[in-house]
Design a protein around this ligand. Sequence first.
Ligand code: ATP
Ligand code: MG
Length: 316
Amino acid sequence: MNIVTLTLNPALDKSSGIHRLVPEQKMRCSEVHTDAGGGGINVSKGIRKLGGNSTAVFPSGGNNGLVLEKLLQDAGIVVETLRLENETRENFSVTETSTNLQYRFNMPGMEMTTEMADACLDMVARLNPEYLVASGSLPPGLPVDYYEKIAALAHRIGARCIIDTSGEPLRAAADEGMYLLKPNLAELSALVGEEKLSIDQVDDAALEIIGKGMCEVVVVSLGPQGALLVSRDGFEHIPAPTVPKKSTVGAGDSMVSGMVWSLANGKSLREVVQTGVACGSAATMNPGTELFHAEDVFRLLHWIQTYGERYRIKDF
Ligand SMILES: Nc1ncnc2c1ncn2[C@@H]1O[C@H](COP(=O)(O)OP(=O)(O)OP(=O)(O)O)[C@@H](O)[C@H]1O
Ligand SMILES: [Mg+2]
């Protein structure tokens, strides 16, 4: 299994709790919990939880970068970093325990030059991956079409590329083409130039982007409704089980981790998406930025494979 994840805009996620948010007063927060964050990094964490391995490539800045590296290494993840002097950003989230509402403060990422990002791409090329997952936002300083270069690199080194980002960076990557795209409804709508697609338009939109050569496989994630798998062979709806939802943060990254892990294990596309949905749904059962517990994933996967058929959306 040779999977490499690339995170150009990593973060150190700090979270804490407070009874009630009040302005102009000192607020006593509970103990701070520190997590490694950023799209590709989350995918590496998910793969590890499932028992798989990947290498996480990212720029690592200053002390925060060192903390990030240590958190990942302690979790058993191989890291390859471009060491930089500036500090990797720190995001902060507070959960107001009286209302259970979460307030997320995301800082701008560490400024990167094209030369720095290219150095990360050189690391990826040297690792010669079978699967390359590039995920998350672009840091300030990089051209908006930088993801196109990542997709082109994957083509050049013969890696199957999965890109999970949004807006203009996603469009640029799609122009180059990749193996698998995992847009949510809003991202798919933007890719086909629509304001907001309705559920019964999703299959045609996905086929359109395959027809344009943007990717071979589209997995449209539909939140609590699961996902739609679309390839040249047809389409299939994979429903999500109903679970006690705590926080949907990290659901998308968890889903991608389950899919790439399953792909690297040679599973069928149906099982790949079933596993992705199980990981995404399992992630919603945990609070804050916590991803999923593997035992929840395997239980939910069993449910999907046993009862999923009955809950298919009939609109497609
Ligand atoms: N409320 C929910 N109940 C059950 N499963 C859910 C729920 N929300 C998300 N999921 C699961 O997580 C997967 C991915 O979620 P979603 O479609 O929201 O992705 P996303 O918009 O890319 O998420 P993110 O905001 O993390 O990037 C879904 O396909 C589904 O399996
Ligand atoms: Mg997403």
